[in-house]
Write a protein that binds this ligand. Structure first.
Ligand code: GLU
Length: 552
């Protein structure tokens, strides 16, 4: 088409007055950020709650921005009405907030946007996309295509039968060379159309780019006349990505590696529009071990793929993020060893240290990481988090926890702090069992084989007779030792080991019996601290109950 015809075509397709690209450049100027500061985004479709993979890529984007003094923004990619679900945006924002992500710009609440680079919902940017679609049409780089779905599938079948590259390109792009009159006639007839790119790509052409994670990539140039605007005037992902990430001044696009295949389209569009492309960081999907092999973590098969799983079990957000950091940067664990209590944010996250193949999600490892994270929290923080969790997921437990808040805090203070904190809890749900005997006296006692019920009863009878509650820990332990000789037990473990036949057992066995009476368990945190927290009356009552049980 001649220049004149292109102008006519452009005016036919875009009759409404639009801003010029120059005006948009001025409205969305380059950001004034310090050297090295990176601008990243999380760009979800509003399809509901996040999956672990979404969280991983959002977290990496966020880290890239915030470890460089840059900007992390959220853009809602709502161009596909069919995939959208009600409250999809609020679910995503809730998840982001639950993980404590600081969103600097973009969609920060339902119906709430921050920053001058918006709007940040793609459906509200229609006019902006049309500015560039208009520009490409005017330059002969875009054209309307009236092919129907049936015609396109017939084309694909023909290409497949002839073993040709499928798609709408070159000689197969039937609408590429329609004349202005032909187009006018179709428009007059009210035929629906999409706007396609007239790809200048050559079959033998190559594109190169340096992916921040995957390294140097060489791919065939794009030759497909991809759709830019769908028949309702809404852009495809490809077109929206290029326009938005240019105008929002994104410096680093962190996204799933399923998009690598489309990168040649994107790079071509950046070039044709005269935009500088961002750096890409394509993340491999999270993986899972399955039957000795590896497969992608699956939304459908794997409970742990949904972030709701972590909330329901009561894993602290800090644990999930800590684990994702171990997956993201192999040097994170080393760093953590040296910087025990340092906040996660002080770790110098580095995109270049990400593995180019998919990280393996391992719940056993995750639980270990979470136990460590929880062991570093204060008693107050644990008590509050467990109580909040129970409020939502276990009403019975919540009642117990809120009966006496000091008591609850006391439970979680036992064996906390110090160099070797216990690591009993991986998630708040574990606290139900962990705290059970604090709230309810035991009713069953499983004695070790070497202690008879009669001996256990004798130990408890003797112990309760002299029980002194108001002593320090040494005094308490001395109390246990003091009753040993009369009962035939050795107060000293070494002495017992030298001559086991001379005793029924040693002070350790005596304390096991007391522990069982108080807690119903053989293994607990510091028994002295437990007894102090329960109080004298409760301890005496429990010892008497157990005594009665052993005498039955
Ligand atoms: N909306 C796209 C998706 O959900 C985002 C990809 C991107 O980050 O560019 O896959």
């Amino acid at each position: 088409m001649s220049q004149e015809e292109l102008l006519q075509l452009t005016n036919l397709l875009f009759p409404k007055a639009l801003p010029t690209p120059q005006q948009l450049e001025e409205q969305y100027p380059p950001r004034n950020l310090p050297e090295g500061a990176r601008v990243t985004r999380y760009a979800p479709s509003p399809t509901g709650h996040m999956h672990l993979g979404n969280l991983f890529s959002a977290f990496i984007s966020e880290r890239v921005a915030h470890t460089t003094g840059g900007v992390f923004f959220v853009r809602i990619e709502d161009t596909d009405k069919k995939r959208e679900i009600e409250d999809g945006v609020s679910a995503i924002l809730q998840d982001l907030a639950s993980f404590g992500f600081q969103v600097d710009e973009g969609v920060t609440g339902v119906g709430e946007e921050t920053g001058i680079y918006g709007p940040f919902h793609q459906r509200q940017r229609e006019e902006i996309y049309h500015v560039y679609a208009r520009e490409l049409t005017l330059q002969g780089l875009a054209y309307p295509c009236f092919c129907t779905a049936d015609e396109l599938s017939a084309l694909r079948e023909r290409q497949e039968a002839q073993k040709l590259t499928p798609g709408y390109y070159g000689e197969f792009a039937a609408c590429r060379n329609l004349t202005l009159d032909e187009i006018k006639a179709k428009l007059d007839a009210g035929l629906p159309y999409v706007l396609r790119l007239r790809s200048p790509g050559k079959e033998e052409g190559k594109v190169f780019f340096d992916d921040m994670i995957k390294g140097k990539i060489e791919m065939p140039e794009n030759t497909q006349d991809v759709v830019l605007l769908k028949s309702d005037g809404i852009p495809t992902y490809h077109f929206a990505h290029v326009v938005d990430d240019h105008l929002m001044r994104t410096t680093h696009v962190v996204r799933g590696d399923e998009w690598i295949a489309s990168a040649p389209i994107h790079l071509q569009l950046f070039k044709l529009l005269g935009f500088k492309p961002p750096k890409y960081a394509h993340i491999a999907p999270l993986m899972k071990e399955d039957n000795g092999g590896k497969r992608k973590l699956s939304k459908r098969k794997d409970l742990e793929a949904a972030v709701s799983y972590y909330f329901e079990q009561g894993y602290p957000a800090g644990s999930v993020k800590e684990y994702l950091l171990t997956l993201a940067n192999s040097n994170f664990e080393e760093w953590r060893k040296v910087n025990g209590d340092a906040p996660q944010d002080s770790f110098a996250f580095n995109l270049k240290k990400m593995s180019s193949s998919g990280a393996l999600v391992d719940l056993v490892k995750f639980n270990d990481v979470s136990k460590n994270v929880i062991s570093r929290l204060s008693a107050e923080a644990v008590a509050k988090a467990v109580t909040d969790w129970a409020g939502e997921y276990d009403k019975d437990f919540h009642q117990k926890l809120t009966r006496d808040e000091e008591f609850t805090k006391g439970i979680f203070a036992i064996d906390r702090g110090g160099n070797k904190p216990r690591k009993d809890l991986a998630c708040w749900r574990d606290a139900v069992d962990y705290t059970a005997y604090f709230f309810d006296a035991p009713t069953e006692y499983d004695l070790p084989e070497n202690i008879s019920a009669a001996d256990a009863a004798a130990i408890l009878e003797r112990y309760v007779a002299d029980y002194d509650h108001d002593v320090d820990k040494d005094g308490w332990f001395n109390g246990l030792k003091a009753i040993c000789p009369d009962l035939g037990y050795s107060p000293d473990v070494k002495a017992y080991k030298k001559d086991p036949d001379a005793f029924k057992g040693h002070v350790g066995d005596v304390s096991t019996v007391v522990r069982l009476a108080i807690t119903g368990r053989r293994n607990t945190p510091d028994l002295y601290a437990i007894m102090q927290l329960l109080g004298k009356d409760e301890c005496v009552k429990r010892i008497q109950n157990a005594m009665a049980f052993f005498r039955q």
